[in-house]
Design a protein around this ligand. Structure first.
Ligand code: GLA
Ligand code: ZN
Length: 685
């Protein structure tokens, strides 16, 4: 039976294609506004994000509202078959508000209040700022929540940052009181007797500051958790007046690639659809596959937040103006980069921005319409051609990704492992480690979800948890049951070290993973960049792995407590001791990698072995050449396979004997599929 998610809006059951559009920049250029309507249609665009940062154009003076330009814009969209995501304007605020109510301005960790300027510079606790956004959002909802052109809400813009003002300090203390109840509990969780950091009254607690407290890891962690909760709370505050008027309009908030400041997973229940802004710096290397894998991981992570199709809310149609070097997309890359998002579950391709600004900070940022003002450009043609392709992908809308592999990625683990003063302060490389493991699945063409510790494990045949430094007893138990029940699990060095409060597990590492992994980790050391050890595979090991690989940066001396040794250390006083193990537990297997293997080829071989052993599906059952990947979306009846070439060379792959049709040409495919440089083929199976 066919299984799909409903389209983002029932009004447009097609792929959405469009851009951020701020016509208030052009209100005194009426010809341009008229021309935009023609060009939007010519580019095959059907949706624009409007109203982002438009506050002063909507409320030029306190309590004076000027919605007429927005009325006209949305009416003209409706007449022309163009839809809109309507933004709340809170990403930037009018100067009159900062002048009248300085409390809306953010205070830095140094306790200095910012001046007016920039954007994203507000205090989420400020009662005035909350009141002003509530008034604005109510008015927008009253006026537009049932407008025929409006298909959803875009909340603010790229939430991020923290504020250390008096209101926020009070809110932090309140949050801590609620979490711990008593100061004794807080002091224990923060291990506050060390260095006499014990608090004897709630009022003594201040957020981390460069000239104050930075050394209490538990506090740093709680501050980050608090900042997420505060931001989520502000987001909910923005949404409430919108839902009150039309609960059926979907709500999204655009996010940034693997942004560290907010635990995005906490937004999943608050938003109806996840959206994010992707700005890859293509063509920095001969082969774009490393970068492609990074963006692929992000797409998978954002899809996994809600386990359903997401939106590529922003991307550049050509170059950016804020990266170190602003390179143009080589022919084919616009199509490849955009369809990469679709391959991983996006039902939209959207850009920043529609028309290049004439002045100010983003006047050289790529846009669909350049300063030349017409459609006869390479970028415009790329966009229009993509519009045609997206028009052929209506069948893909609402399809999901059925992954049998998950990467375990928690924000609080990420925060804690990077904050800890430990074996390798010159670079613990958490995200890089996650990517070392993820990239192997990308190269194998195995679909992956990115989940958190509290996610549902039962859907997966394999869960990989690189450097799961922070793991609670509860998570440890859930992982143990998952393996007992037949799951495969992979852990690495520097795992199971601390609990959810960043307190070390007593009684032996890897703490609550010890039984599952069947090992005890006695010591962990950091190595200098020039130090090397090696991993030597044992003859006839369980995965049939062969050869030797280089180990560097982090090594653990482990003892087997029942696990089989797959590979041993090669050098130093480590020689002959286990470095890669497998523990059989119940019906499942748990693997432990004790040292950081440096070469990609190890991860390729290791995961190819586990994928085979655990009977995990690939998008196409074939060998993909390096730099080529395949991803698959499905409705349970038909599969939509995207074969993508990031290798920088022409390539071909051999299909696996199933029936394939090229979705663009409608042709039935032969066994060999050829791919030009930056080529992508979309197949229906
Ligand atoms: C972000 C913002 C946009 C714009 C782009 C430029 O994603 O949301 O407003 O500044 O970056 O790349
Ligand atoms: Zn504040």
């Amino acid at each position: 039976m066919s299984k799909r998610f409903p389209p983002i809006s029932p009004k447009v059951p097609h792929m959405l294609h469009g851009a951020d559009y701020n016509p208030e920049q052009w209100l005194s250029y009426p010809d341009i506004l008229k021309e935009d309507l023609r060009l939007i249609k010519l580019a095959g665009c059907n949706v624009m994000s409007v109203g982002i940062f438009s506050w002063v154009a909507l409320e030029p003076e306190e309590g004076v509202f000027t919605f007429e330009w927005m009325d006209k814009l949305l009416d003209s969209f409706a007449e022309n078959g163009i839809y809109a995501f309507l933004a709340t304007p809170s990403g930037a605020r009018p100067a009159w508000m900062s002048a009248q109510y300085p409390e809306v301005l953010r205070v830095g960790a140094n306790r200095i209040r910012n001046l007016h300027g920039f954007r994203h510079n507000h205090c989420y606790s400020s009662p005035v700022y909350r009141e002003k956004t509530a008034i604005m959002n109510s008015k927008l909802a009253e006026r537009y929540a049932h407008h025929p052109a409006v298909i959803g809400w875009h909340i603010s813009n790229e939430f991020g940052g923290d504020c250390h003002c008096g209101n926020c300090q009070e809110a932090f203390r309140e949050w801590l009181r609620e979490k711990y109840g008593t100061l004794d509990k807080l002091n224990h969780a923060w291990w506050a007797t060390f260095w006499s950091h014990t608090y004897t009254s709630w009022e003594q607690i201040e957020s981390p500051a460069p000239h104050g407290e930075t050394q209490v890891h538990g506090m740093n962690l709680d501050w980050k958790r608090f900042v997420t909760d505060k931001t989520v709370d502000f987001c909910k505050h923005e949404i409430a007046p919108l839902r009150a008027i039309n609960p059926d309009l979907p709500v999204t908030a655009n996010m940034m690639d693997l942004f560290e400041g907010l635990d995005y997973r906490k937004f999943a229940d608050v938003l109806d659809v996840i959206s994010w802004d992707a700005y890859p710096t293509w063509h920095d290397a001969e082969d774009d596959s490393k970068l492609a894998a990074w963006f692929s991981f992000n797409h998978d992570m954002f899809r996994s937040l809600k386990g359903r199709p997401f939106m590529l809310m922003e991307s550049t149609p050509s170059l950016t103006n804020w990266q170190a070097v602003s390179k143009l997309k080589r022919p084919g890359m616009h199509r490849l980069s955009s369809l990469q998002a679709v391959a991983h579950g996006s039902d939209t391709v959207q850009y920043f921005q529609w028309r290049k600004s004439r002045g100010s900070s983003e006047k050289f940022h790529g846009a669909v319409v350049d300063h030349s003002g017409h459609e006869h450009t390479r970028v415009f043609r790329d966009v229009a051609e993509l519009g045609e392709t997206l028009g052929q992908l209506t069948d893909v809308v609402g399809t999901g990704v059925a992954s049998e592999v998950a990467i375990l990625f928690d924000w609080d683990n990420r925060w804690a492992v990077k904050d800890a003063q430990g074996p390798r302060n010159m670079g613990i490389k958490y995200e890089e480690t996650v990517m070392q493991h993820y990239r192997a699945f990308w190269q194998l063409g195995v679909p992956v979800d990115v989940i958190g510790s509290s996610g549902d494990f039962s859907a997966y045949k394999l869960i990989v948890a690189p450097m799961l430094y922070m793991v609670s007893e509860d998570t440890g138990e859930r992982i143990e049951h998952y393996v007992q029940d037949g799951g495969s699990f992979v852990a690495t060095y520097w795992s199971g070290i601390v609990d959810e409060n960043d307190l070390c597990h007593l009684g032996g590492f890897p703490g609550p993973l010890r039984k599952t992994l069947g090992i005890w980790a006695e010591e962990t050391e950091g190595l200098y960049d020039h130090d090397v050890n090696g991993l030597k595979m044992q003859a006839d090991n369980a995965l049939g792995l062969k050869g030797e690989y280089e180990i560097g940066e982090l090594c653990e001396l482990i003892h087997s407590e029942g696990a089989e040794t797959i590979g041993v250390y090669r050098d130093d006083f480590y020689a002959g001791r286990p470095a890669l193990t497998m523990n059989r537990l119940g019906r499942g297997n748990a693997y432990h990698l004790a040292g950081r293997v440096m070469e990609d080829s190890f991860y390729d071989a290791f995961y190819a072995g586990i994928v085979k052993e655990a009977g995990i599906r690939k998008a196409v059952e074939t060998m993909l050449p390096p730099g080529v990947t395949a991803q698959v979306r499905t409705d349970g009846e038909n599969d939509y396979v995207f074969v993508m070439n990031f290798s920088g060379k022409e390539q071909s792959i051999t299909l696996d004997g199933r029936d394939y049709t090229d979705m663009e040409s409608g042709q039935t495919l032969e066994t060999v599929l050829s791919l030009p440089v930056s080529g992508v083929r979309i197949l229906k199976r």
